[in-house]
Design a protein around this ligand. Structure first.
Ligand code: NAD
Length: 270
């Protein structure tokens, strides 16, 4: 019989969360820890990351911080090896670290475009590659990879072409990895998550960009217009995303791979 109380639990699992110091990543790390997973939390923000780990430990969870820039392959090798050394194995990778930039296309510099693709796409590619090496037999026993895309990977908006390009790439990188992992019999599931605007530092910056680009007269007007694009009537909370990630990470989703979980208050349904 399907045991619902166990299906969403992660007891005995080990999860690596990138960009876990703050925002959505920190909330995901806290949720997975509450569900029983040991958290290997990585970020370039050291003190904030250490503080988030301390908060997880204070709540009774298991967690460790590791400084890790997702654009650097040697640092991925070090991070996956350190996670296995710390907790014995790796079961779950949350490729959450990401950045955005705002510019009208005619003003977007090649440097800014490349930087966004480097963190958001190359960072996810390297994560998938090194998680597969660590999780696939004979090194591991399978696992779960969850890549943070966005509604920006499904639709376009003015002023964010680099970000849309990157999140669209994450969507199809996820499907390619899911098929490859399944066909090679690795026991690894790979899925993407697509939130609309979530109340974090990045969410606030995204709204401010519409003012900076001359598309809205002030922050309050931009906020009202963008909020109105979410039929549920509010922006997302990090926990709205963390709950969906927990489902995909758990055995409740053991038949789910290559899919895109849209968590957007109705944004893309309208
Ligand atoms: P955030 O800016 O609050 O957090 C992002 C984290 O990623 C930070 O801790 C940052 O230090 C880390 N990071 C950035 N570059 C890194 C690098 N090179 N290596 C390692 N860590 C790095 O943003 P957030 O809102 O929590 O976003 C988390 C993820 O969710 C991102 O991938 C973002 O694109 C995606 N997302 C956010 C929203 C939103 O509205 N906030 C919506 C959809 C998708």
């Amino acid at each position: 019989m399907n045991d619902i109380n166990q299906a969403f639990r992660l007891d005995g699992k080990v999860a690596l969360v990138t960009g876990g110091a703050r925002g959505i990543g920190a909330e995901i790390a806290k949720a997975l820890a509450q569900a029983g997973a040991a958290i290997f939390l990585t970020d370039v923000l050291e003190q904030v990351g250490v503080d988030t780990v301390a908060a997880i430990q204070k709540a009774g969870g298991k967690a460790q911080f590791f400084r890790h820039d997702v654009t650097d392959e040697a640092q991925w090798e070090a991070a996956t090896a350190a996670a296995v050394k710390a907790f014995g194995k790796l079961d779950i990778l949350i490729n959450n670290a990401g950045i955005e930039t705002a510019a009208l296309l005619v003003n977007c510099t090649v440097e800014d475009f490349r930087r966004v693709l480097d963190v958001n796409v190359t960072g996810v590619f390297l994560g998938v590659k090194h998680a597969m090496r660590t999780m696939a037999p004979p090194a591991g026993k399978g696992g779960v990879i969850i890549n943070m895309s966005s509604v920006a990977g499904l639709i376009g908006t003015t002023g964010h072409a680099a970000y849309h390009t990157s999140k669209g790439a994450v969507r199809l990188l996820t499907k390619a990895a899911a098929i490859e992992c399944a066909q090679l019999g690795t026991g690894i599931r790979v899925n993407s998550v697509h939130p609309a605007i979530v109340a974090t530092e990045m969410g606030t910056n995204f709204i401010q960009h519409f003012v900076d680009l001359g598309l809205a007269p002030d922050y309050a007007t931009a906020e009202g217009a963008i909020k109105a694009m979410h039929p549920i009537g509010r922006f997302g909370e990090p926990a709205d995303v963390a709950n969906g990630v927990l489902y995909l990470a758990s055995d409740a989703a053991k038949w789910v791979t290559g899919t895109e979980l849209v968590l957007d208050g109705g944004f893309t349904a309208a």
